[in-house]
Design a protein around this ligand. Structure first.
Ligand code: PEP
Ligand code: MG
Length: 754
């Protein structure tokens, strides 16, 4: 049984799509358990039904046609109880409902188990037996284990993307998907799918304009790869044995095989472009090899994959993909990167949809900085089938509508209009002071990284820069920028805001901010070599940057330095040593430069508990609530699986922040918050209640936060904080903040519309 289980799971994992995965399961289970029927039902959340999606034993016409309402019948009972149901005679059970389509009247024995993933029932696996039969415990656990594996396999095989498509295609209409997190705003537009160029599996489907040209390009690509192979083989002739050289001949034979070439051309003729057709052909071949019993032949699957990649590369070089962005582009991808986002002209980019990541991912931070709504973390996003589809991104409620109905579209267009009206009205706040009703001033600063951020930040009325992420200019280059190159970049930012302060954070790479030209491979990058740790281990990189920053400040004197990812005072002492050294060197070189104020980011739990010791060494603190939340809650900020647990309003995070502010104020050190929570109007109210001195956020959030803080007095915000203090979970905190804003007439800040 164990062996059957293992083989079935392997087969399911290799299945090219969900229907085939399910069909493998029902067939194998029926055989292994010697039952008369095995069926799989999947949840159609939108219609609140269970749909029969695969069966071995029932009438196949019933597939897609049998739909049971939630809670209905024995399938509903299994899903409701979230545990197996084992019945000797199904019709004796009170929940039993007879279904004519399946012809189930002749069956008695029933065993149903739920398919659960992330606490959600995705479906139900059912076996039926003609005779009365109570299933033995090993049989129950067999089905149970398979169902548990199926849940994982659905997402891992990438098959789950099919689920919504299949269910929705049955109803022909568009569909809605729930994301784990979103950044505020609503967008209506058309999908543009981005993918890593070398990854065949990530290639989306696209329609072809000229089939003959596409076929010719594909043939040319195959011929090119064949030439490469022959050259490789010729080069190796002296160093490899004859039988090893024969491997190249085998690859060339594979390349010429009718299946591979004709199979792809057939798919192109059916209307899919060459890369998409190649993807399906390669997938089919890989699967055929992986299914072989002979271990040597099974290994050939990787050769097929390699050939696929080579042909794909050739196709790209024959026909470079020159993206043509629609005027209302919604950028969609498995994992949209910051550079893919940066490639889209800003005036055409309307929304971002990423299957992986969360609202704390850097791509979401950049989207927010540009004022572009994004939804992140959608397990069942059928990325390869979304190219060119109309969609609506609802970043407030973290929802995506694919092929929205005219009503949904119209509603969101209305909301968009209202939002732009709201933003226009907010413009009137630019010149007004950022102070509470009782006149307490809270400085609002901008977070920047790209030089393109400067203009929106200045226009938003920011009183300076609270966080300049210097790794961004490093991330968009293909090598380390030199001292002079860095100086020029930093100078532009310092100059643009002078005499207002600009807080320049030293290089914070590692974790999810990896430089392509400085790869760091670690099992656990967020707990590894990050931020100040890299800087101290590489004084040559750090000193170059420090010299560039200090020199950029010449004559302006509005620089503040900020150190990232500090977890102990030793790091501060070492960093201060290097800052002093860079400064002294520059003085010796004849430059007349001021020594800047230096601050530390509080973004690691150990730093929360060392504020007094740190205060002896630095001038100010800035709370990085993104990382602080990640490390306090042990929730990876980029992991979509746990994105709904990532919440800066968690009472533990709020308590830590409050402690930092109190302890820093006790020794006269100002505190700013520069993580994403500073730009969330509700969270900002709480931070002001705690007495924070300044907030730094993306330019797009600044006027919204100003509107919020100008609507309350500090006494009201302190009272709000006291109320929140009693709360035990983040949901309650959020609900109170939303209702507070709504009651003050500021509901437009936390939902779509005005
Ligand atoms: C933070 O962690 O909150 C922060 C501001 O830094 P970054 O998002 O760049 O890691
Ligand atoms: Mg951080």
């Amino acid at each position: 049984m164990l062996d059957i289980l293992r083989r079935t799971i392997q087969e399911v994992n290799r299945a090219p799509d969900l229907p085939r995965a399910l069909s493998i399961i029902v067939t194998r289970v029926k055989q292994a358990m010697v039952v008369d029927v095995c069926s799989a039902y999947l949840v159609d959340a939108e219609h609140r039904q269970y749909v029969l999606m695969a069966t071995d034993g029932y009438n196949v016409d019933a597939i897609g046609a049998v739909r049971l309402d939630f809670g209905q019948g024995l399938v509903g009972e299994v899903a409701r109880r979230e545990e197996p149901l084992n019945l000797e005679n199904a019709s004796d059970h009170p929940a039993y409902v007879f279904s004519r389509e399946t012809g189930e009247e002749t069956f008695h024995g029933f065993l149903g188990v739920p398919v659960v993933q992330h606490r959600q029932v995705l479906g139900v696996l059912v076996v039926r037996h003609r005779e009365r039969r109570r299933f033995a415990e090993p049989e129950v656990t067999f089905l149970f284990t398979l169902a548990a594996q199926l849940a994982g396999a659905i997402s891992h095989a990438g098959a789950s993307g099919e689920m919504n498509r299949l269910l929705q295609e049955a109803s022909e209409s568009g569909y809605a998907l729930k994301a784990r997190s979103g950044t505020p705003g609503a967008a209506v537009g058309r999908a543009h799918v981005v993918y890593p160029l070398a990854d065949l599996e990530a290639i989306p489907d696209r329609t072809v304009d000229d089939i003959e040209v596409e076929v010719a390009e594909f043939r040319a690509a195959v011929a090119g790869v064949e030439r490469d192979m022959r050259m490789m083989s010729a080069r190796m002739v002296d160093s490899l044995a004859v039988e090893d050289i024969a491997l190249f001949d085998a690859l060339i034979l594979m390349l010429r095989s009718e299946n591979l070439v004709d199979g792809t051309i057939e798919r192109i003729r059916a209307g899919n472009w060459a890369p998409g057709s190649l993807r399906d052909t390669i997938r089919e071949h890989v699967k055929a090899f992986e299914d072989m019993d002979d271990p040597y032949l099974r290994e050939r699957a990787s050769d097929i994959r390699d050939l696929g990649r080579r042909i794909l590369e050739r196709l790209h070089s024959i026909h470079p993909v020159v993206p043509d962005y629609h005027a209302d582009t919604i950028l969609v991808g498995e994992e949209v990167s910051a550079s893919q986002l940066a490639e889209v002209p800003v005036d055409r980019l309307k929304g971002v949809v990423s299957a992986r990541g969360s609202s704390a991912s850097h791509v979401a931070i950049i989207a927010r900085a540009l004022g572009i709504p994004a939804v992140m973390g959608i397990d069942d996003l059928p990325v390869s089938r979304l190219e060119g589809q109309d969609m609506v991104v609802d970043g407030y409620q973290a929802r995506l509508f694919v092929r929205p109905s005219p009503d949904v579209r119209k509603e969101f267009q209305r909301l968009q209009r209202e939002e732009s009206e709201l933003s226009r009205e907010l413009q009137s706040l630019i010149e007004l002071p950022s102070e509470t009703l009782d006149g307490v001033h809270i400085a609002l600063f901008a977070n920047t990284g790209l030089l393109t951020d400067i203009t929106p930040s200045l226009r938003s009325g920011a009183e300076g820069v609270g966080l300049y992420r210097t790794e961004v200019p490093f991330l968009i280059r293909d090598r380390f920028p030199g001292e002079e190159e860095q100086r020029r970049t930093y100078r532009q930012v310092l100059e643009a805001f002078a005499p207002a302060p600009v807080t320049v954070r030293t290089l914070d790479i590692g974790g999810d901010k990896m430089l392509p030209y400085f790869p760091v491979v670690e099992d656990n990058p967020f707990l590894g070599w990050r931020g100040i740790r890299i800087a101290l281990d590489h004084p040559e990189i750090f000193l170059t940057q420090l010299r560039a920053i200090l020199r950029a400040n010449a004559g302006l004197n509005n620089l503040q330095l900020l150190l990232p990812m500090v977890s102990s005072v030793g790091e501060i002492d070492a960093a201060l040593g290097l800052i002093r050294r860079a400064h002294e060197e520059l003085l010796e070189e004849g430059e007349d430069l001021q020594y800047p104020r230096v601050g530390v980011m509080i973004e690691v739990p150990s730093a929360v508990y060392q504020v007094p010791a740190m205060a002896k060494r630095v001038d100010f603190f800035s709370i990085g609530s993104n990382d602080l939340t990640q490390y306090l809650l042990a929730v990876d900020r980029n992991n979509g699986q746990v994105a709904d647990m990532f919440d800066a309003l968690h009472p533990a995070v709020l308590r830590a922040i409050r402690q930092v502010i109190d302890e820093a104020h006790a020794v006269d050190r100002p505190v700013s918050v520069c993580g994403e929570m500073a730009g969330d109007p509700g969270a900002a109210l709480l931070l002001i209640g705690m007495g924070v001195d300044s907030l730094s956020m993306s330019a797009a959030s600044l006027l919204r936060v100003k509107w919020a803080l100008r609507s309350f007095s500090t006494a009201q915000l302190r009272a709000l904080l006291e109320e929140v203090r009693e709360f035990e979970d983040p949901g309650a905190v959020r609900a109170l903040l939303h209702s507070t804003l709504e009651q003050a007439g500021l509901g437009g800040l936390v939902r779509a519309g005005r």
